[in-house]
Design a protein around this ligand. Structure first.
Ligand SMILES: [Zn+2]
Length: 125
């Protein structure tokens, strides 16, 4: 069994959380000491490390995140993590599309308001 332990930063009173990644053959287990780090939950720290991102890692073994990424590729966690990151990407794209649509909606509404005002003006001249 191989094991990697990362300290990750927090935004609260805790000094840090600890993410533990264990690999035994094709089985990968990942735990985090944060409030969402137990079974049946998914925290951003584990998700980030499994995706090969060192964003929250503050321990000196930060480059070991790459090792985790290669472990993940050979387990069922790999496909699942890909689906999650793809879905998150879709959310971000959809949010951008929404923001652009809202800008167009605002501009079109302003244009319609101005045109209505001009029509009212023209009818009363
Ligand atoms: Zn966590």
């Amino acid at each position: 069994m191989k094991e990697l332990i990362f300290r990750v930063q927090t935004s609260n009173e805790h000094p840090h959380y600890v993410v533990t990644v264990c690999k035994a053959e094709k089985n990968l287990t990942v735990h985090c000491t944060c409030e969402n780090g137990g079974p049946h939950t998914l925290c951003k720290h584990r998700l980030s490390i499994l995706a090969g991102k060192a964003k929250w890692v503050i321990s000196e073994n930060v480059t070991d995140v790459e090792q985790v990424r290669s472990w993940v590729a050979w387990t069922d966690v790999g496909q699942a993590i890909n689906k999650v990151t793809q879905a998150q990407k879709k959310i971000k794209e959809a949010e951008k599309d929404r923001d652009k649509a809202l800008e167009r909606l605002k501009a079109a509404t302003e244009e319609a308001d101005a045109a209505r005002e001009a029509l009212i003006q023209a009818m009363n001249d």
